[in-house]
Design a protein around this ligand. Structure first.
Ligand code: 13P
Ligand code: SF4
Length: 304
């Protein structure tokens, strides 16, 4: 039966199951359009965390990557949180470990630790507060410390440094999708599309950020387009974001500057259907870690 199901049949079956099981589907902007069609909310990391902390549903199916589902579980511990592919990790999140972070904290005993939400629960538990790309500057400036250890994204850390007097101690992590974009490619695209507005995600290299008309999270990109009269946009973030922008603004033109995140694309209609049907791939977080990590997420949500 499964093998012969069409995308439309999968969608109808998923929507029916959601009702029967009192489940919601939270989908990151980088998901494929088929997933948008079954989602209750499509958003950036901050938006999805907020929704996960508030829902009345009994089951949350997280169409995104592992750290996002883990965050949803910590914000809503009484809910069943399912991830359609347990292989959907995040390369950047794997670039910081608790052991290495502890060493760094010893080197800078007066510093506070801000961890990007793209990190494991264990790293969050070792930090003072979490942030996303949408609120990183605000989070850092909310802290009463002169030194901030910012993990794991060096580029987001460098971006934050532009807007704070605090000393940001960076970590050598990065997103391979965003890191690969070099300024030369952006300049070439600007030559080919001289009227296009350039919107850049802050996970990008500083030299790319320097060229941007706007620097913002994936949801922020939707807002920039909503408030702009421009007809063309160059988008410096994971390619899936263009599907979202094209769906919301079919009258505008969007040009991609980056490739895809293979982890985000591990989520399909079929594994979403099977996951919800069998209530498998449940996310569990060690209780002690979850308690500490939840605090860092809640502190972030209080700031913004
Ligand atoms: P936002 O959608 O929160 O801007 O983050 C992008 C990202 O890379 C998520 O992994
Ligand atoms: Fe991680 Fe980059 Fe993929 Fe986002 S796009 S999930 S940061 S590897």
């Amino acid at each position: 039966m499964l093998k012969n199901m069409t995308p439309q049949e999968f969608k109808e079956a998923i929507i029916k199951l959601k009702k029967e099981k009192n489940a919601i589907i939270l989908a990151h902007n980088y998901q494929i359009p088929d997933i948008y069609d079954v989602a209750d909310l499509i958003g950036d990391s901050l938006d999805l965390s907020r929704r996960a902390s508030k829902t009345d549903a009994e089951i949350i199916v997280f169409c995104g990557v592992h750290f996002m589902a883990e965050s949803a579980k910590m914000l809503s511990p009484e809910k069943k949180v399912l991830l359609p592919s347990m292989q959907a990790g995040c390369f950047m999140a794997d670039m910081v470990t608790v052991e290495k972070l502890r060493e760094k904290k010893k080197e800078h005993p007066n510093a506070k630790v801000v961890c990007y939400v793209n990190s494991s629960a264990a790293v969050k538990a070792e930090s003072d507060i979490c942030c996303t790309s949408a609120n990183a500057v605000k989070v850092v400036n909310s802290l009463d410390a002169e030194e901030i250890i910012f993990v794991p994204d060096q580029h987001l850390a460098e971006y934050v440094q532009r807007f704070t007097d605090k000393k940001i101690i960076t970590w050598p992590g990065y997103c391979i999708v965003h890191h690969q974009l070099l300024p030369e490619k952006v300049i070439e695209a600007q030559k080919n599309h001289p009227d296009a507005v350039l919107i850049v995600h802050p996970e990008s290299r500083s030299e790319v950020v320097d060229l941007a008309d706007h620097v913002t999270s994936t949801n922020g990109m939707l807002d920039v387009v909503a408030n702009s009269d421009a007809k063309e946009f160059l988008i410096a973030t994971e390619e899936g974001m263009l599907e979202r922008l094209r769906r919301e603004y079919p009258d505008r033109k969007f040009y991609a500057l980056m490739g895809v995140c293979i982890n985000m694309k591990k989520i399909t209609l079929q594994n979403t259907y099977e996951t919800l049907l069998e209530e498998k791939n449940e996310i569990f977080v060690d209780e002690e870690i979850a308690e500490k990590a939840k605090f860092t997420l809640e502190r972030m949500l209080e700031v913004n």
